[in-house]
Ligand binder design. Sequence first.
Ligand code: ADP
Length: 243
Amino acid sequence: MSGPAGLEIRRLRVAFDGFTAVDGVDLEVRPGDLRFLIGPNGAGKTTLVDAVTGLVKAHGSVRFDGTELLGRSVHRISRSGIGRTFQTATVFEELTVLQNLDIAAGAGRGAWTMLRRRRSTPEPVVRALETIGLGDLADSPAGTLAHGRKQWLEIGMLLVQDVRLLLLDEPVAGMSHDERLATGELLERISTERTVVVIEHDMDFMRSFARSVSVLHAGRMLSEGTVAEVQADPKVQEVYLGH
Ligand code: ADP
């Protein structure tokens, strides 16, 4: 793996039938950052991530590791080292944890054939299992995992794919207190080697783990900085507290 990579977004604009969901956003994420992207419902967070991953048509510029991504297909963008999770984990329920990681590691390379032929577990899969803390459950069907652990498995499936920028959509939604804590610590570990951007509604989680924060509001960048800086920003207080 060639290490974490930075994201540089300039004047990003996404419109749906005349409605501008993302309206000229600049966003710079340094390699190895653990950035939280917050903002009220409808602020444009998901649309911004959709634009970065090629799911919606956008204008402006999105550079990843120095390369322009806008105009590239979803497939090419994911191959350039960007991976994403959605709010509902998408794992193969009937396969084991290990098989899920194995399939992800071989994505696009005849994974099923590899799985049947392979006798030993490849190194990236072993490392990912350790990082996500599911070593004891390697042979359990993914469908039997508790909600939080499914999310960790999905993150593990990105780790084995050489993803250098992870975009995570509300990774702790529906998790218990202990699972949130473990997820935060997992993200801290991951961000020593990769860049992580988290869309989040949970402010306590954000306060505990964000290294930097960007606040979107009505399609625009409202505020950026450390947790303390953003919390002290009157513009942010107005949006969140209405005063
Ligand atoms: P957030 O993730 O911050 O809650 P979204 O990015 O989902 O916000 O949505 C931003 C705005 O764009 C919302 O007003 C939403 O209704 C609108 N929007 C999102 N996707 C579409 C779409 N496919 N078609 C039309 N409007 C959309």
